[in-house]
Write a protein that binds this ligand. Structure first.
Ligand SMILES: *Cc1c(COP(=O)(O)O)cnc(C)c1O
Length: 389
């Protein structure tokens, strides 16, 4: 018999932790329950119309029908560089300190291939976006978790990383504003991170797709704003969340030119760059009218307040997010992430993501995303009030 055997690198992947909640959700839908799905990390708002108009023109232009350059059009990289300068006061050479990506996930998944050899350690936050550790494993590396705990403001405690682990670590991933906790990092933390990276010769990969989703006017900073950051690392960024462009696949990495060169070397051998029409639309996103971004922040802030106020009223515990579009809720006594998530779905039809799906340190929490309209959030809160805790 012909035998199709998967490679160890995928056979050894951790089990899909959201499978049981997905099954419960499908069951509720089949029973005709009116589901309120707060498990989706994908904006429900449309891409702004100026960006769509630019894309339509770009598609018609036959110079865009050919292979793009793998590192991105210089015009796109200049637009990224100007945007970083305006937003963060960070100077980037568009020629060698900006690399276009087919969505930031693409770069995050590939970077370990450029720098990690078999047996190298890759420091990853726990809980976290799963791609950091999966990319590390695909490259033969060993992910080493850095717990993000409430008492540390959901920042990793760098002093807790054992010396021998730090010595073997090649890369360190982190992500602020954070998914799933919504925590933000301050300048002092980033300064200590640069020091840690220098001391142990570890490349920092900061994933920052949520810097523009902030509330109460409190703007998150870029890792590259702190002195010495560019010498030790890069930042991943994306148009996905800021401009509701998750389906378009456009992101970029900026910072240390040698690190970007390594990532670019992987990319030249794996993909052939980003459709130029999308890059032209991306330039429009970064340089055109920004009122849609302001409007997006207003909408999410209203949703955040409706949800957080309601959750607090029913006696659940959480911090009010200052950025990103997730609420990281502590599960009540007697529950685990999985049992509480299942309980909510059963009693209220609200779908949430169990925190342990993002790593062991996420147990004891559930994640709720603000990606549904405010009236649905209010409806969800009403249902919660009827159940009580
Ligand atoms: C949404 C998200 C991304 C990525 O997005 P792309 O669409 O691939 O640019 C990266 N990191 C985190 C933490 C995210 O939540």
């Amino acid at each position: 018999m012909f035998n199709i055997e998967k490679a160890k690198r995928i056979k050894d992947l951790p089990p899909y932790l959201f499978a049981s909640i997905d099954k419960l959700k499908a069951g509720q839908i089949a029973r005709g329950v009116d589901i309120i799905d707060l498990s989706i990390g994908d904006p429900d708002l449309p891409t702004p119309s100026n960006i769509i108009a630019k894309m339509k023109k770009g598609v018609e232009d036959k110079k865009n029908h050919r292979y793009p350059s793998y590192e991105g059009m210089i015009e796109f990289r200049r637009a990224v560089s100007s945007w970083y300068n305006k937003r963060f006061n960070v100077d980037l050479d568009p020629g060698k300190e900006v690399l276009s990506l087919i969505g930031s996930k693409e770069g995050i998944a590939h970077i370990s291939l450029a720098f990690v050899d078999s047996g190298d350690i890759v420091l990853v936050p726990d809980p976290a976006y799963p791609v950091y550790s999966i990319g590390a494993k695909f490259a033969g590396g060993e992910p080493y978790p850095m717990p993000l705990l409430k008492e540390n403001g959901f920042l990793p405690d760098l002093k807790k990383i054992p010396e021998d682990v730090a010595m073997r670590a090649k890369l360190l991933f982190l992500n602020y504003p954070n998914n799933p906790t919504s925590a933000i990092a301050n300048r002092g933390f980033f300064m200590s991170l640069v020091e840690f990276a220098q001391k142990h010769n570890i490349i920092i990969c900061h994933d920052a797709p949520y810097t523009e989703m902030y509330y109460d006017g409190d703007k998150p900073i870029s890792f590259l704003e702190v002195e010495g950051a560019k010498a030790v690392g890069i930042e991943f960024h994306s148009l996905s969340k800021t401009y509701n462009m998750t389906g378009w696949r456009v992101g970029f990495a900026v910072g240390n030119s040698s690190v970007l060169d390594g990532l670019g070397q992987i990319k030249t051998n794996v993909d052939s760059g980003l459709f130029q029409a999308i890059q032209e639309a991306g330039i429009e996103a970064l340089e055109g009218d920004q009122s849609s971004v302001e409007e997006m922040r207003r909408i999410y802030q209203e949703r955040r307040d409706a949800l957080v106020n309601g959750l607090m009223e029913v006696g659940l515990k959480m911090e009010r997010p200052k950025a990103a579009f997730y609420v990281w809720v502590e599960v009540p006594n007697g529950h685990t992430s999985a049992t509480f998530s299942a309980y909510l779905l059963d009693k209220t039809g609200i779908v949430t993501t169990p925190g342990n799906g993002f790593g062991d340190a996420g147990d004891g929490y559930i994640r709720m995303a603000l990606t549904v309209p405010k009236d649905r959030i209010i409806e969800g809160v009403e249902r919660l009030k009827k159940v009580g805790f």
